[in-house]
Design a protein around this ligand. Structure first.
Ligand SMILES: Cc1cc2nc3c(=O)[nH]c(=O)nc-3n(C[C@H](O)[C@H](O)[C@H](O)COP(=O)(O)OP(=O)(O)OC[C@H]3O[C@@H](n4cnc5c(N)ncnc54)[C@H](O)[C@@H]3O)c2cc1C
Length: 325
């Protein structure tokens, strides 16, 4: 017989959305179970930017906030300035303007804050542990059954959601959870959303220039379709604005620089289709790229500035589009 548990809320997915939701509910005294199919949390890279209003939600010792900003501010990087580079009249890369990253006059934290996704998740995971809640890892839902008893559905104290969970590290091991609510925090391709028959409303940004659709930048350019290479490194360079965010447009393409925690920097660079698309399927093939190749493209865009070979690559990826709900 599968093990049976009863909770107020079952959360599927322990990325930033799942752990923030779990922490908030656990802090409010709600009985939560949170599961994730991954064996561990994200170690490096991925999402990096937190806006001033989010910091206000997390700030310490203010009513209705979560008291987590203090640790966050110690571990991450504050980005205060944004520089824009273009070719000058001689065709040489030059700074056009440098502006404050945040210009909202009422911002209590007048900067964009940067910390890799694993660092952000850790802060919530440690806070949840203080409320006695940990993530059940290597666990994924196999079946969701929703009661069709109208009386049970109308009763807020009932548990009308029955979920069968697979324990991925033990073949055949299952667990049954009876919940009042299930929350799908299992990403853009959410299994929970699809299983519940909920559509993903919104639009793809695949037809937008991703440099100008980065969450840290205002949308500024006409739609273009591009693929982006991303690397996190400690950069040994003579580029003067390496500790500021930069949007760079040169003859060799576009680059976005985002300074990071621990002296790291993230380069987003525009790649050409032939670098990364499989010629037969036309699909993005990450195996055709490498951090060394992304850095090579970055060097061409930043010419005449130099970037020496880094001691290590912290994280890298290639991506093209996302969905705006
Ligand atoms: C290069 C890059 C830069 C980015 N920069 C930023 C940024 O600066 N700011 C920003 O806000 N966002 C940024 N993003 C986007 C950000 O990564 C996502 O918006 C964010 O991770 C979404 O969080 P999430 O919790 O919804 O999903 P995810 O982080 O994808 O987490 C989903 C979790 O659900 C789990 N899961 C999935 N399916 C199942 C299942 N069936 N059963 C159990 N578990 C499951 C997964 O293992 C995962 O742990 C960036 C993304 C990339 C790739």
């Amino acid at each position: 017989m599968p093990e049976e548990t009863r909770v107020d809320v079952l959360i599927v997915g322990a990325g930033p959305a799942g752990v923030m939701c779990a922490n908030a509910l656990a802090a409010a005294g709600i009985h939560v179970k949170i599961v994730d199919q991954r064996p561990t949390k994200v170690a490096s890279g991925h999402a990096d930017g937190i806006q001033p209003r989010t910091l206000e939600v997390l700030q310490p010792a203010v009513s209705q906030s979560y008291g987590l900003a203090e640790r966050l501010l110690k571990e991450g990087h504050q980005m205060h300035m944004f520089a824009f580079y273009n070719l000058d009249s001689d065709g040489v890369l030059a700074r056009t303007v440098r502006v404050p990253a945040i210009r909202g006059p009422t911002a209590r934290y007048p900067f964009v804050f940067l910390l890799h996704q694993g660092g952000i998740e850790s802060i919530f995971i440690d806070s949840m542990a203080g409320h006695g809640l940990t993530i059940d890892r290597l666990v994924a839902p196999a079946l969701i059954e929703l009661s069709n008893d109208s009386e049970q559905l109308a009763d807020i104290f009932s548990h009308p959601v029955k979920v069968t969970l697979d324990h991925l590290d033990t073949p055949g091991k299952q667990e049954t959870v009876h919940a009042r609510y299930i929350v799908g925090c299992d990403s853009a391709h959410s299994w929970v959303r699809k299983t519940m028959g909920i559509t993903m409303d919104g639009e793809q940004t695949g037809k937008l220039n991703q440099l100008h659709y980065h969450p840290l930048l205002p949308l500024r350019s006409p739609p273009l379709d591009h693929i982006w290479g991303v690397i996190d490194v400690i950069a040994d360079t003579d580029f003067p604005d390496i500790h500021n965010a930069c949007a760079i447009q040169s003859m060799s393409g576009s680059c976005l620089i985002i300074p990071r925690e621990e002296d790291k920097v993230r380069f987003y660079v525009q790649l050409s289709d032939s670098d990364v698309l499989d010629p037969i399927t036309g699909r993005l093939d990450k195996n055709r790229m490498s951090p060394e190749k992304i850095l090579e493209v970055t060097r061409k865009i930043l010419h005449p500035y130099k970037i020496h070979e880094p001691k290590m690559y912290d994280w890298w990826t290639v991506y093209t589009s996302r969905h705006i709900a």
